[in-house]
Ligand binder design. Structure first.
Ligand code: GUN
Length: 293
């Protein structure tokens, strides 16, 4: 059983990003990323801090905007429009999910698609569906694809089953795996909370991607012997013995599933570090495209 080391593979991506940032700087261009958080959800707050910190480490200019939970939709969109017009900013990310009074889709539509490094804007969703490489692909599925490639796992011709149909992971993951070319060419099935015979379908997977947000949902009975399992879940579960009072677990019951797999990602240290690495890479891509270099 191969344990897929996301931390190590993320370091490779960071090395590429760092040298791309240096090359841009040599031409007098500094990539800039704006990260916007509305409200004080602890998990979102910690993600936003990590993104800000990683930008600094890679030489990317970072603008962190932490807004109160009472921020109105108009105020948030006004900030997005200001960032759209800011020449020092090439990437804009509004941390999801926002508080319930915010219409997230409207905020996403307000982002200039050329700066939409999350790949959530309808223009970028369309570009992914159309195999247009100028678009931005959501960071988590892009990171999952990179994990597979870096581990010598070629999806071509294999049956990939994606559990979950979210805008952030499930749907773009399915599109990436079925796209023509490197990292794609798979036969893709998407299953979700309303699927009948879910385990029967997941047991057919050569590559199983779990992105449902339910701790330990995928059990040994869901997995075929020799499958590759990519666990996208980042779930906080209460743990009085842990220093913080919680621990992070994936969507896969690792202990019982891992022995059946040919390869599996751990949580933490699998997909998580890749999401941020691909965000930084997308920011450099946006900067290059906007600057025309
Ligand atoms: N929330 C969970 N994952 C993501 C992500 O990739 N981008 C944003 N903006 N919010 C998220």
């Amino acid at each position: 059983m191969q344990l897929i080391d996301g931390k190590q593979i993320a370091l490779q991506v960071h090395a590429e990003t760092r040298s791309a940032v240096q090359a841009l700087k040599a031409r007098g261009i500094v990539p800039g990323l704006a990260v916007v958080l509305v409200g004080d959800d602890p998990a979102s707050r910690s993600y936003v801090r990590s993104k800000d910190k990683m930008s600094h480490e890679l030489g990317i200019h970072s603008a962190k905007h932490e807004l109160p939970a009472t921020t109105t939709q108009e105020e948030l969109i006004a900030l997005v429009e200001k960032l759209n017009a800011d020449p020092a900013i090439h990437g804009i990310l509004v941390q999801s999910p926002p508080p319930p009074h915010i219409d997230e889709a409207a905020v996403i539509r307000a982002i200039d698609p050329r700066k939409d490094v999350d790949g959530f804007h309808p223009v970028n969703v369309a570009k992914l569906a159309l195999d247009d490489p100028s678009g931005f692909v959501p960071c988590t599925p892009l990171g999952c694809q990179r994990l597979l490639l870096a581990s010598g796992i070629d999806p071509a011709g294999k049956h990939a089953v994606v559990i979950g149909r979210s805008m952030i992971v499930g749907k773009p993951m399915a599109l990436l795996l079925m796209a023509k070319g490197k990292g794609g060419d798979a036969t893709v099935t998407v299953v979700h909370s309303r699927s009948r015979n879910l385990a029967e379908l997941t047991r057919q997977a050569d590559i199983l991607v779990a992105a449902i947000g339910r701790p330990g949902f995928v059990k040994a009975g869901h997995v075929r012997e020799g499958a590759v399992v990519i666990d996208v879940g980042i779930n906080r579960v209460e743990d009085p013995t842990a220093a913080k009072g919680y621990r992070i677990v994936g969507d896969v019951a690792f202990e019982e599933v891992a022995p059946k797999c040919s390869a599996i990602t751990p949580v933490p240290g699998g997909v998580g570090p890749m999401t941020i690495a691909m965000l930084m890479a997308n920011t450099v891509k946006a900067c290059r495209q906007i600057s025309g270099v």
